[in-house]
Structure formats: structure tokens, C-alpha cells
Design a protein around this ligand. Structure first.
Ligand code: ADP
Ligand code: MG
Length: 411
């Protein structure tokens, strides 16, 4: 089986990469629906797992007809100290990662400490089934459902935008689950991860792996694209990735914390590509929707609360579903500490002073945070920079006045 995959990979991967990463591998077994592949050392395993997984998995699926997990295991020998382990080839004609052999182990542990991109994956709780639909989000929900039923054919790209904590990521993951279950290859990533990977690809001469990873998917889910503002090089990488996928009819879904028209520092060509799909927003949920969300979350944590308690929370927390959930959890914990009146009969009459007490700090914190966030958002919008630039400890000089990232819109 693995030999067949290797044969296919040989056609798809540039020769130096093939020689470096794939030649020394062997198929060992199929167990628990997973194909186990032996590699000469941990570094090769790490490389294949983090950089080439989706390509390999696609080839395998092309041969077996079914998606199957692949596990890379280091061959017996390689468990001994690096000195005696089969060695990673030093050089690579294409200029990909070159490692002196005596640093093999260091490189391996370095590779281990890197984030493994496949771990940024879909949250199992973010599904359509537990997304509450109301007038604030019904359009976004309908678009997400349509895309998940016909990826690549309806709205491409689909751009979801809203303020923080209003369900963009939830809907995006829901699409991901749905299309994955229908057998499509899905790649979910945050824009921060995308940026890190792209920059690392350039720095380490592994842009091919980057391309492999991003262009081999059927559906690309890119969360929080506003983080790409001001990062010209990454925008370039994104533009090419976008075009390649789009031309191949692959679905792209993007989330953003502001309207596309306000992404002023995104290269025009990207803004216009995004605007060429469907851009749909999520508004702040109304009281009824907030109540429905609270009821659903209470059910998920297997608790019942008096209506009065839920109404109190829904009345106090209006602009952010994540905070709504946070408050519910605090009340749940408080109720668990013996305040029985907060827990139980939905019709019970309770002393809301207790709820207020439970939520005191959190509501204070939430008000404080909201106002701080508001100021940051306003400033960030005005200067067309992203908020993380304002918040970051280290403010890059290039973000200073006169640099390309600072753009004061004419009034
Ligand atoms: P965003 O990406 O817009 O910042 P998230 O998708 O992370 O927001 O949502 C924040 C939290 O609120 C998540 O736990 C999510 O499940 C929940 N949430 C948001 N909208 C809804 C909804 N309509 N129904 C159920 N849960 C929701
Ligand atoms: Mg999000």
C-alpha cells in the first residue's frame, strides 16, 4: 500500500524533497484504520506529519478511496542516540531545510516544540446542531449551510464578519465538520498560524511544503483574516494560495472582525477577491436569541436554571456570546457551591442579588474590557492597523508614522 502511495508521491513531490523525506520510509501495517509508516528518525516523522500530511493523505485516499489516518513511527534503530540513527540527508537540491548531522537531535526536539499545525483543528462542540439561529445570524447561518452542502459551488469565498464572540468561528467549524463528514479534505487554520507558517517557509526554504499543504485541500477555512493587515509578504502568499484554490474550484471560507470594506490595508486585489464572493455579517443577538443560547448552553452542561437567572444574565451581557457563556458557567459554579436557589426549577423565584454577587467581578471585568476593546477597535480602525499591533508589547518601528502600515484615511 505504502509503495503505491510512494509511487504517486514521486510524481507529485519535487525530487529533492522526495529523496530527503520519503525515500527512506516503509509501510509497516494497517491498524485501527490507520496506516503506520516507519521513518528513519523523529525529524523525518515530524516533517512528514506537519508539512506534508495533507498531500500524503490525499494520495492515500486516491488509492484506497477512503480517508485514512496515517501515523509516522520511528524505525527501531532510530530510537537509539542520534549518533547511531539513520541520518537525515544533509543537503537538498531545492534548498530545503539543511541540518548538520550532529544537530539531528536538537533539531528533532526543536521540531517537537514547534506547534504542530494539524493540531489547530476543528472544535468538536462547534457544530450546526448547537448553533442557535436568530435574526442576528440567520443569513450567516444559511450561507454557511449552503456552502457546507455544496462546497466550491455556491458562494466562493464565503466571508463571515462580526465583532468578537458572536459565532464566526463556531459557524466556520460547523462548515468544516459537515464537509469533512461528506468526505472532503478540510484545512482549518488561524491567520496567525498561516502567517507563521508562511514566514517560516520562506526563512527555512520550505515554501514547497507550505504550498503542498495549502493547495492540496478541498476546503480552506481561514479564521480572523484581519491579522493579515499590514503583513504585505503574507498577503502575497495568501493571494497566490487563494487564486490557486479558487481557480481549482475549491471552497474558501474566511472570517473577519470587520467589514471587508474596512480592511483598507489589505491589498486591493485581495479585498476585491473577497468582495467577489458572499460577504455576510453576524449582528449582536437580540434578547430572545440570547435567552435561547443560554438555555442551550445550560442544557449542554446538563443544568437547569430559573428563568429569572437566565433573564438576568441575558439582560446584562448583550454584545458577546462568549461572555454570555462565561457568566452562565460562573453561575453554574456558584450554584454548585450550595446556592441551590440558582439551580433547579425554571419557574423558581430567586433572589437576583445572589446572581449579581456571583457575577460581580465578571460583569465589572466585562464592562471594563468592553470599553478598553472599544477604544482599541476605534483606534485600530481609524489608523487601519490591527489591534494586536496596538496591544503588542513590542511595537515594531515599521509601524511608526510614515511607514506603510500606518495609513490615515483622509477625512
Ligand atoms: P467569534 O469567532 O465571532 O469571535 P465564536 O465563534 O468563537 O465567536 O463564539 C464565541 C462563543 O459563543 C463560542 O463558544 C460559540 O459556541 C458561542 N456562540 C456564538 N454564537 C452562538 C450561537 N448562535 N449559538 C450557540 N453558541 C454560540
Ligand atoms: Mg473567532
Amino acid at each position: 500500500m505504502w509503495d503505491a502511495v510512494l509511487g504517486e508521491l514521486q510524481l507529485q513531490v519535487p525530487k529533492p524533497s522526495y529523496e530527503t523525506w520519503l525515500r527512506g520510509t516503509t509501510g509497516v501495517s494497517m491498524s485501527d484504520g490507520a496506516l503506520v509508516v516507519r521513518t528513519p528518525n523523529a525529524f523525518v516523522s515530524e516533517m512528514l506529519d506537519t508539512r506534508m500530511y495533507s498531500l500524503i493523505s490525499r494520495c492515500l485516499e486516491g488509492i484506497t478511496g477512503d480517508p485514512m489516518e496515517i501515523r509516522f513511527e520511528v524505525g527501531g534503530e532510530a530510537r537509539k542516540p542520534a549518533r547511531t540513527s539513520p541520518q537525515v540527508p544533509r543537503t537538498d537540491d531545492a534548498g530545503t531545510a539543511q541540518l548538520p548531522l550532529d544537530q539531528d537531535r536538537a533539531a528533532t526536539s526543536q521540531a517537537r516544540s514547534r506547534p504542530s499545525y494539524r493540531r489547530v483543528d476543528l472544535n468538536g462542540r462547534y457544530r450546526f446542531e448547537n448553533f442557535i439561529v436568530g435574526s442576528s445570524n440567520n443569513l450567516a447561518h444559511a450561507a454557511a449551510v449552503a456552502v457546507s452542502e455544496n462546497p466550491g459551488f455556491v458562494y466562493n469565498p464565503l466571508v463571515l464578519y462580526s465583532g468578537v464572540g458572536l459565532g464566526k468561528t463556531h459557524l466556520m467549524h460547523a462548515i468544516g465538520h459537515q464537509v469533512r463528514e461528506a468526505g472532503h479534505d478540510v484545512l482549518y487554520t488561524t491567520t496567525e498560524e498561516f502567517t507563521n507558517e508562511y514566514i517560516r517557509g520562506i526563512r527555512e526554504g520550505t515554501t514547497e511544503e507550505f504550498r503542498d499543504r495549502y493547495r492540496s485541500t478541498d476546503v480552506l477555512l481561514l479564521d480572523d483574516i484581519q491579522f493579515i493587515i499590514g503583513k504585505e509578504q503574507t498577503q502575497e502568499g495568501f493571494f497566490h494560495t487563494f487564486n490557486a484554490l479558487h481557480m481549482a474550484g475549491k471552497q474558501i471560507v474566511i472570517t473577519c472582525d470587520r467589514p471587508v470594506s474596512e480592511l483598507s490595508l489589505l491589498q486591493d486585489r485581495i479585498s476585491s477577491r473577497l468582495a467577489g464572493g458572499l460577504v455576510v455579517d453576524i449582528q449582536i443577538p437580540d434578547f430572545e436569541t440570547r435567552m435561547a443560547i443560554l438555555r442551550s448552553k445550560a442544557e449542554q452542561i446538563d443544568r437547569r436554571f430559573p428563568d429569572k437567572v437566565l433573564e438576568f444574565i441575558a439582560g446584562r451581557v448583550q454584545r458577546n456570546v462568549r461572555e454570555l457563556e462565561g457568566c452562565l458557567n460562573i453561575v453554574a459554579a456558584y450554584a454548585g457551591l450550595g446556592h441551590q436557589s440558582l439551580n433547579g426549577d425554571p419557574k423558581a423565584d430567586v433572589d437576583l442579588g445572589l446572581v449579581e454577587q456571583a457575577l460581580e467581578d465578571s460583569l465589572k471585568e466585562s464592562n471594563r474590557r468592553v470599553s478598553e476593546e472599544d477604544v482599541l477597535s476605534a483606534v485600530a480602525r481609524y489608523f487601519s492597523i490591527d489591534k494586536s499591533t496596538l496591544k503588542g508589547k513590542k511595537r515594531d518601528r515599521t509601524h511608526g508614522p510614515g511607514a506603510t502600515c500606518l495609513h490615515v484615511p483622509s477625512a
